[in-house]
Design a protein around this ligand. Sequence first.
Ligand SMILES: NC(=O)c1ccc[n+]([C@@H]2O[C@H](COP(=O)([O-])OP(=O)(O)OC[C@H]3O[C@@H](n4cnc5c(N)ncnc54)[C@H](OP(=O)(O)O)[C@@H]3O)[C@@H](O)[C@H]2O)c1
Length: 507
Amino acid sequence: MPAAPWDDGAAAKQLFVLVTGANSGIGLGIGQRLIDEFAENRTSPSDHLIVITTTRSAAKSRQTTDLLRQYLEAQEANAVAAKSTLHPNRIHLASIELDLCNLPSVYAAAERLRSSPLSIYTGAGKSASSPHQLPRLDSVIFNAGIGGWTGIAWWNLLTNVLFDGIPQATTFPTCKAAMGGLLVDPLTGKEVKGAEDGAEKNGVLGQVFCANVFGHYVFAHALLPLLRGTSERSTDKASRSSAIGPGPARIIWESSVEAEGWKNLSLDDFQAIRTDAAYESSKRLTDVLALTAGLKGVAPVSAPFYKADDGDDSNDSDEDTTPATYVTHPGVVCSTLFPLNWFYFALYNLAMYISRWLGSPWHPVTAYKGAAAAVWVALQPQPALDALDAQHVKWGTSTTRDGTTLIKRSEVEGWGFRGLVGEELKATSVDSTTGQPWGEKGDPLAAMFPYPSYLLNSRGRKKGASTLTAERRQEFEVLGRDCWREMERLRLEWEERVSKAHEASQS
Ligand SMILES: NC(=O)c1ccc[n+]([C@@H]2O[C@H](COP(=O)([O-])OP(=O)(O)OC[C@H]3O[C@@H](n4cnc5c(N)ncnc54)[C@H](OP(=O)(O)O)[C@@H]3O)[C@@H](O)[C@H]2O)c1
């Protein structure tokens, strides 16, 4: 195998990022934004970015890599016109197939990333790919997803707009019509009809649950050998603040601003099969899993998920080898996620801009802008994330009226903005780790994004939301423990089912 094109510098100067569902919408925006922000912030020619996208077919993967190479070429042409350069040969692209509703495909994709060389394209231009083995992954961005919606519930739309106003109705809509009972056979990835009762007995899973949460969950666990970080990075603490590669690897989930709260996630219908709010349930579950993973009452239950099955325990005592989990959301973006014909899509697009002009902070509208929060988490130096206690916040993409992008804390029912009981709405004044004021320098987020009125927790809040109480915070942690327990049970069960199906197919 030829030497990898990124091997001209230290491991800490290379950044490996994987993005799921990258052939369209926000996923493609994440790929483009990674290229732009990396090129802007890491200007040394020996800094390398390796982006691995996943799509549902070989053709979509080829197309995605082509689109990103064309994008890189166009950005480099702009840079050259401005008498600069991005040094495009330090950007490397690869793409693999992954269907999150087909668990054998999920295991196969993880195995391929761990053990086989990938076809890597370097730079813009039309040069051929060359095969290289990935040494690790620094961030995985779990963006792929489906809505499971069927159309618009017009009466709900009308009452939503009349009683709650346009910004609320376009941020927390009640008008999305969906059918309950969407199921999938995860051994084949095929939709299954009419097996709502006894779903598990029949060997099926809730389709939206599987695409949005469970497939990613299984994938993350299977990727753990690549998500361990490197000893070079974990021992060299002094240089970590300026290094590209963060300390621990990062699992970054894409949730939704409208993940809603308690009502949408029930342990009695964990896979959201009997509800018509399967999407909202899957995003609520995403929030709960990500925000509670490391809490005292949850960590013993979540620990097996973060322990790789490859039997290599050599690094278990080093905290940097356990990936850190983060949750983000893109705000509201006009994409193909919600099924609309061209006419309604145009009206929808207009309504989103009106919301932004009316002062909503949650309307990036375009996929490129919506990609900001996930990319920001992937590219921040570890000390910057730690100073913000970033694992305990749901980070949303926000935009000002004129479309300037910023990153903002979002509220989660039962968790508030940072898990702080009774947190002031104006506040970004107290450090959640110490409970003390941030100090003279103030909230580090305000230093990064100088738009104080947009950073206010009260801005863009859901109508009727209430300040976090100690009881709700406790309930949230208990919910987290129960959800992690069920996810782990399902992971082990399906690992066995997939393995048995594989053995049966071999005999
Ligand atoms: N748009 C918004 O306003 C909004 C708001 C909040 C959160 N989000 C979240 O942002 C993410 C991206 O959404 P989007 O708006 O960009 O939607 P999108 O344009 O429809 O993109 C969804 C992506 O997920 C892929 N995907 C769907 N099912 C999959 C499966 N079973 N296995 C693997 N990949 C699968 C799709 O692949 P195919 O092209 O093959 O179908 C596509 O690449 C989703 O998680 C969504 O919930 C979006």
